[in-house]
Design a protein around this ligand. Structure first.
Ligand SMILES: [Zn+2]
Length: 247
């Protein structure tokens, strides 16, 4: 995998679920040469929902790293008020905060709407996209480090990607990310973002991160990373690293 080997790459989207552990994430580094960073979901319907559970998670990661190379530890935030609900002291212990845009609004029962659920129906893609675009900018307005799965669209409207993700919209999203130093993720196994977005992002000076978004402890096919590295000609300076948050 020559395109990957040229760069020092970190997988910033390794969930501790489905059998994946900190110890396995560290062991994988030696096997693949790709650095590991682990995270857990934070939010009202997720494993970490308050300071106590977040502190316990961070303590457990610290213990698991003891005596080994310490790997970055972060959270994926799924509520839009997360930054007002985590104490500043715990925020400083996070190496990174990752967010996607795949939960928006509420469903008919009042629960947060998960956009990846197959039963989702969107009657008017144009007006839905207006809301989704605002939602994406709102997420980018939060103190996050990585925007995961950028320009994701639900299955029922993904065929309209080019019409919905117009160049002006793509430029607004990329400009917001660049202004804040937020990385745009290239996720293994995801069809998003499409090449046009990635090329535009590269031309506008964006930084990128790589993620697998695993559901178990098996290695995922990362050929999509390699394709992006080659297509965009990515160099080390194009890749986001934890510890260099701008705002
Ligand atoms: Zn995730």
């Amino acid at each position: 995998m020559p395109g990957v080997k040229k760069l020092a790459i970190t997988d910033y989207h390794i969930h501790l679920r489905g059998g994946m552990t900190v110890e396995k994430a560290i062991a994988r580094e030696k096997a693949t040469g790709i650095r590991s960073a682990v995270l857990e979901n934070w939010g009202r319907e997720w494993p970490l929902a308050d300071d106590d559970s977040l502190a316990a998670f961070l303590d457990a990661c610290d213990r698991a790293c003891a005596g080994r190379r310490r790997i970055p530890v972060g959270i994926q935030v799924n509520d839009r008020d997360w930054f007002s609900r985590i104490s500043p002291a715990l925020r400083t212990r996070l190496d990174f905060v990752l967010a996607d845009t795949m939960i928006m609004g509420t469903d008919t029962t009042g629960k947060p709407q998960r956009l990846w659920l197959p039963e989702l129906v969107i009657d008017d893609p144009g007006s839905w996209m207006e809301r989704y675009f605002s939602h994406t900018l709102q997420v980018l307005g939060e103190p996050i480090d990585i925007l995961a799965n950028p320009t994701y669209l639900p299955r029922c409207i993904e065929e309209h990607y080019d019409a919905l993700w117009t160049e002006p919209r793509m430029r607004r999203v990329i400009a917001a990310a660049v202004a804040k130093g937020v990385a745009l993720e290239i996720q293994a196994g995801s069809a998003f973002p499409r090449p046009a977005f990635l090329s535009l992002a590269k031309s506008m000076g964006a930084t990128f991160s790589f993620g697998t978004n695993n559901f178990d402890d098996k290695p995922k096919d990362i050929s999509r990373w390699r394709e992006a590295i080659d297509a965009l000609g990515l160099r080390q300076d194009d890749l986001w690293r934890h510890g260099i948050r701008l705002v």
